[in-house]
Design a protein around this ligand. Sequence first.
Ligand code: FES
Length: 113
Amino acid sequence: MPKVRFEPDGIEIEVKAGTTILEAAEQAGAQLGSACGGVCACATCHVYIAEGLESLSEMDECEEDSLDKAFDVRRNSRLACQAQVQTEGRTVVTISHASRQTFFDEHPELRER
Ligand code: FES
């Protein structure tokens, strides 16, 4: 099964092919924001793919448009709610600073002190 590792949390999880990075984060308990609930409308699930970019689904037009709203977009940027893990192997995901901020806004009780 494909593996997804989340940084800076350092959590790794095995998922079924076709799972989105956001679904994997929820299963793993990684701190990744998702203000619109995963419908490609907010870009708060912005992540950087440190490893395994080629194992993800292609970026569609909706993801490209929403990613335009994110800060500090790089060549390895993806929206976690849209990118699906498709093949065996390991995908290493670095959660963007803005996405972690959103996560803590959504879950203030988990805010790091
Ligand atoms: S959660 Fe809103 S675009 Fe991914």
